[in-house]
Design a protein around this ligand. Structure first.
Ligand SMILES: [Zn+2]
Ligand SMILES: [Zn+2]
Length: 265
């Protein structure tokens, strides 16, 4: 796709991304082997259930890789400030560069990011104007995948009838119970964590406030003109086509209105 790779040098961040990637890899490798394929062979589930699992897994890992390697909206050294936007730019006192309002200086990354939401160690990247949409997709698909995994873990033991033909000599079937317990534990942690994160993110988009703005209560005094939800979501996802909000295999096209609040314009 010819996308430039943005890479944050932070060993602690690499560790966090490694944990998330490990959870994804563990489930993508073992759940089909332990549950999906044997259940399909015995006719308990349709092939579509396997495709759906791999589909959710693919969307999850693509949004993870893209969110962590996409440029979140780093400011250029010498930005061209459009004349009509001049009043909405200010000087960052940390990096001494001009930046549009709602930008924030990330001390972890060492630069300013346009419409920065927060720095996320779990993707080892800032979440800003250009990759916020990928971060939301990551939260959504992680919820989907971990929720699906939990349902499969549950059905495998309590709902489906026991398997007849399985090769107990193979390592993973000999340790099936322990492996599924690990998967269930990771599923509960991921699903719970992602549900609360996704809810706060959606609330932030609906109110057109970033996490940093909410935490600093910077906008309490500013009377906000409420934008319609379609508008705030379109600005974040860079498209008015709702189907594209779910697709991580594309380029975001900025709608050009996210620098400032509607009431500032
Ligand atoms: Zn700065
Ligand atoms: Zn950062």
């Amino acid at each position: 796709m010819g996308l430039p790779i943005h890479f944050v040098v932070d060993p602690q961040g690499w560790f966090c991304v490694g944990v998330i990637f490990f959870i994804w890899l563990y489930n993508t490798l073992f759940i089909p082997q332990l549950i999906l394929f044997p259940r399909f062979e015995e006719g308990h589930i349709p092939a579509a259930a396997i495709w759906a699992y791999y589909g959710a897994s693919l969307f999850c890992v693509v949004s993870l890789l893209r969110a962590s390697t996409a440029d979140p909206g780093k400011l250029l050294e010498c930005p061209k400030i459009p004349l009509r936007e001049k009043d909405y730019w200010e000087l960052c006192n940390k990096c001494n560069l001009m930046r549009p309002k709602r930008s924030h200086h990330c001390s972890r990354c060492g630069h300013c990011v346009r419409r920065m939401d927060h720095h996320c160690p779990w993707i080892n990247n800032c979440v800003g104007e250009d990759n916020h949409w990928l971060f939301l997709q990551l939260c959504f698909y992680t919820q989907l995948l971990s929720g699906y995994t939990l349902i499969l873990d549950f059905c495998h033991y309590y709902y489906f009838i026991p398997l007849k033909t399985i090769n107990w000599d193979v390592f993973m079937f000999r340790h099936e119970l322990a492996m599924l317990r690990i998967s269930t534990f990771m599923g509960i942690v991921m699903f719970g964590g992602m549900c609360s994160l996704f809810y706060t993110q959606i609330e932030g988009i609906l109110t057109d406030l970033t996490t940093i703005e909410k935490m600093t209560n910077c906008c309490d005094q500013v009377p906000q003109v409420r934008k319609p939800w379609q508008q705030t979501f379109s600005e974040v996802f860079g498209s008015r086509w709702k189907i594209l909000w779910f697709i991580p295999f594309r380029r975001r096209r900025p709608l050009g209105v996210a620098y400032y609040f509607a009431n500032h314009v």
